[in-house]
Design a protein around this ligand. Sequence first.
Ligand code: KG4
Ligand code: ZN
Length: 344
Amino acid sequence: MRVLGIETSCDDTAAAVVIQRQGRLTVAANVVQSQLEVHAAYGGVVPELASRAHIRHVLPVVATALERAGLTLDALDGIAVTTGPGLVGALLVGVATAQGLAMARGLPLIGVHHMEGHLLSPFLVEPDFAFPCVALLVSGGHTLLVHARGFGDYHLLGQSLDDSVGEAFDKGARLLGLGYPGGPAIGALAVGGDPRAVPFPRVLLNRQACDFSFSGLKTALRTWLEKRENGGPTPSDVAASYQEALVTPLVIKALQACRLANTTRLVVAGGVGANRRLREKLQAEAEAAGIRVLFPPLEFCTDNGAMIALAGLRRLALGQQATAPLDARPRWSLAELAGPVRSL
Ligand code: KG4
Ligand code: ZN
């Protein structure tokens, strides 16, 4: 089974081909065209500019993915596309493209939930990883803890009540005068810094629950920067301290979610999953708690078409496909996905 996945929900235009042969998955091509240079000057994603850049890039990116996979459209068994959540104009570019290609070639089309794509991304490289598990999904738009009981059967255990952790990284980076996206910039500056240099609060809310709150930390950083005195902590210390305050609740709540869900399997996905400190700390603490934690490789952590192709492939294999024209769903909760589908 060969599926093309198209992803345009935010600021990356991505397409990939995933092939399943005798139960084995191969990512035959994975192409991402970043829009960093378009948005960098604004310190964040400008939705209208994102839509226009997707329009310019989407067909060349799809063509490159097919070429690298050594396939033509006619050799595909289906096309999967992110239908939400995300920026409406950006989503519409992917949806219209996928729909046009599928219609022109008479191919099955399937709409995919972006966060289900992130959740399934570890399966691209770890075929043995199995449900049930807990997923910590940490991106620019979301911070979710999900109990994935089976394929398509997702129960929300907790989420951020305000900013996502990716947003907290990005806003913090702006306050520190670093570039966009802020996550990698803070991560790089924090290397060698002292994470205890500035006592930013650890916002844990109710200890028993799995919710997060990150907006206060950005305010704490702003206040600290306004009051700082000469000769204090270095920029590297400040970045390391801020990063530690963001990462610590993620680690504590992810382990708490595993306890609540009674599982010893944890996957981490989404852009912030690329953060080195999060990987180190979670790996060490999960191991001590007897929990196996899996991070997809970096290329599958941030937005990519392979995760969308995989989610589409799984659904197509179960006989699901779009029966009416697809629409973009900018707001779409993962919990709204139709109930249990079948174990992977
Ligand atoms: O999943 P993603 O690529 O796109 C969305 O669906 O939002 O996540 C993007 C987010 C941005 O906020 C970015 O700053 C953050 O992921 N990010 C990181 C790192 N790499 C990307 N945050 C912390 N450390 C990183 N190394
Ligand atoms: Zn994402």
